[in-house]
Write a protein that binds this ligand. Structure first.
Ligand SMILES: [Zn+2]
Length: 108
């Protein structure tokens, strides 16, 4: 079977190490392209990955948020679940920096 993404590689059965938001979820069976390394999981495996993410309390942590203005700066509302996960608290110091097109907020 040829890879549906790059159309050049062959699809082989293997294992993928899955992580979400930097948290390791485990190894799962997948079909992997020999050329572009794209991996494909069946419905059952996709559900298992979802369950692993839920068990670690990180399922659904990626959320939409609005950017607002406060004085000359912009403010981003951080949902409670993400604040709890990163242990961000009001009044605590945090380090903020760009990473390509992402914004990284680090809590010490
Ligand atoms: Zn491919």
């Amino acid at each position: 079977m040829k890879c549906p993404v790059c159309a050049k590689g062959d699809i082989k059965t293997g294992k993928i190490k899955e992580e979400m938001f930097g948290v390791y979820l485990g190894e799962f069976p997948a079909q992997i392209c020999s050329k572009c390394n794209e991996s494909f999981t069946d419905e059952e495996t996709t559900r298992k990955i979802e369950d692993a993410a839920k068990a670690k309390g990180i399922w659904g942590l990626g959320k939409k948020t609005k950017i607002t203005k406060t004085g000359n700066s912009l403010a981003i509302r951080i949902p409670k679940e993400i604040a709890d996960f990163l242990n961000l608290k009001e009044g605590k110091d945090a380090y903020i920096h760009p990473d390509k097109n992402k914004l990284v907020i680090e809590s010490p």
